[in-house]
Design a binder for this molecule. Structure first.
Ligand code: C2O
Ligand code: CU
Ligand code: CU
Length: 476
């Protein structure tokens, strides 16, 4: 069976190989770190539909919205005819989209069918230590664990992924990542695209190295420990060069940078689009833009008016055609709303607030925050519950020109300054991850309302595991 598939694929490839030169991209920006993608050398481009993961609503049991997540090994065909081992939630790769409502009791039954321990972290969720998936959260092979929580925060596209000590990077790389669509009254009342898989699409962007036999393995060279595991095949929802059909009108892309270490510049070849949400929810107004940059861990929701696109057009990632957009005959919404959500204004006298400084540094000796690598046994500081603080975050890697996406668990913050200036409009909403290019300084306003110990780290997963992480306790 496989042999037949392979030979058909090779024949198919010959015809198209001439226009599929090894892609070396990145004319558009300095912060994508010269990532090279060897796109579609063994697979035909834009022949496969985008994978649309199942949207799960769960089951109401005793008033609790309940979901089952099976963490499992699977086989996945990145390259036609060549299957390789991957990890996924409820399937061979990635995971379902969990549809949750703000304020609703949620229970997730997690079963670990891997042969190693795992945990599940709800990235972007304002959640306490007991359910955050980091501390004492290991789920051993063939065991199961249930977590219960309530997300009491604005509607947002969140995601979930493993977070076990020293295994986060490899498990995400092998495929473990799923999304949460958190909705509230505001998001439900807005006239924006929300028909899943029709005009509202999940877009998880990743890049992975594959052997010439299409094999996916995770290992890191010394350079990859320093720079992060980046490059290889660019994929969306686990598919290399997919296509989607879009209505004539507005479409909504919920874009997640799910890579271990690559920054993505996303554009429509100079066509304007609107960002409507950042990591932690809707922006106050749609922001017109021609390029969206997302660092690992960040999310951005965009609205695109396909009336302005050709019948066949492309979403470009780092200058490379990554997703083919094919217009179908259906008509979609046409009106971009003028306002989206109420985002509290920053009025308080910021000079009175406690300020903490975090300097992220990569040297040939390793990755640290404030010159200290992460120590499981040690708290780096503590904060007072409910009290606003200013955190000043610096990328101190001047020699190594590395970006560092700074991520916090258990909170959504506001960016108040980027390099001494008011941040761009699309960074003025709720955030849980903020990118810092070499030499950048960013100030954020943050308040903790959760309990226990929580962590902050660089979302380049190899940096995190190498020590670019810290933890603190929230005092009542
Ligand atoms: Cu996306 Cu510590 O996580
Ligand atoms: Cu997180
Ligand atoms: Cu980093």
């Amino acid at each position: 069976m496989n042999k037949i598939l392979i030979s058909i694929t090779i024949l198919g490839t010959l015809a198209t190989i001439s226009n599929q030169a090894l892609g070396s991209i990145n004319h558009s920006s300095g912060h994508s770190h010269n990532t090279t993608f060897n796109q579609a050398t063994l697979t035909k481009e834009f022949q496969k539909p985008l994978l649309i993961p199942p949207l799960l609503k769960g089951e109401i049991k005793n008033g609790v919205r309940t979901f089952d997540l099976n963490v499992t090994k699977g086989q996945w065909e990145f390259i036609d005819g060549n299957f390789t081992e991957t990890y996924g939630y409820n399937g061979p790769i990635l995971g379902p989209v969990l549809s949750l409502k703000k304020g609703e009791k949620t229970k997730i039954n997690i079963k670990n069918n891997l042969s190693e321990e795992t945990t599940v972290h709800w990235h972007g969720g304002i959640l306490s230590q007991d359910v955050d998936g980091v501390h004492n959260a290991d789920i051993q092979p063939n065991t199961q664990k249930s977590v219960e929580f309530i997300l009491n925060q604005p509607a947002a596209t969140l995601w979930f992924h493993p977070h076990p000590m020293h295994k986060t990077a490899s498990q995400v790389y092998k495929g473990l990542a799923g999304l949460i669509y958190l909705e509230d009254e505001q998001s439900e009342s807005l006239k924006i695209p929300k028909t899943y898989g029709v005009d509202d699409f999940p877009i998880v962007i990743q890049d992975k190295k594959l052997t010439k036999d299409g094999e996916l393995t995770y290992s890191t060279t010394h350079m990859e420990k320093i720079h992060g595991k980046s490059g290889g095949y660019l994929m969306i929802n686990g598919i290399i060069s997919p296509y989607i059909e879009i209505p004539n009108g507005l479409m909504r892309l919920r874009v997640v940078n799910g890579s271990n270490a690559t920054n993505y510049d996303i554009d429509l070849n100079d066509q304007e689009f609107y960002q409507i949400a950042s990591d932690g929810g809707l922006l106050s107004k749609p922001v017109s833009m021609k390029k969206l940059t997302l660092a690992p861990g960040e999310r951005g929701e965009i609205l695109v008016d396909s009336k302005k696109l050709n019948n066949k057009s492309y979403l470009y990632i780092n200058g490379k055609e990554a997703l083919e957009l094919r217009k179908n005959k259906k008509s979609g919404l046409t009106q971009i709303p003028e306002t989206l959500a109420e985002i509290p204004e920053i009025t308080k006298n910021l000079a009175d607030l406690k300020t903490r400084t975090f300097t992220l540094k990569t040297t040939s000796k390793g990755n640290t925050i404030n010159n200290t690598p992460y120590n499981m046994e040690k708290l780096n500081f503590d904060v007072q519950k409910g009290i606003q603080e200013i955190w000043e975050i610096k990328n101190g890697s001047k020699m190594m020109d590395m970006p560092h996406p700074f991520h916090v668990h258990g909170a959504q913050f506001r960016v108040i300054e980027r390099n001494g200036k008011i941040p761009p409009l699309n960074e003025q909403g709720w955030k849980d991850t903020v990118n810092l290019n070499a030499g950048d300084t960013v100030k954020i306003l943050i308040t903790y309302t959760t309990d226990g110990i929580t962590v902050y780290h660089c979302h380049i997963l190899e940096h995190e595991e190498d020590g670019m992480m810290g933890q603190f306790k929230i005092n009542n």
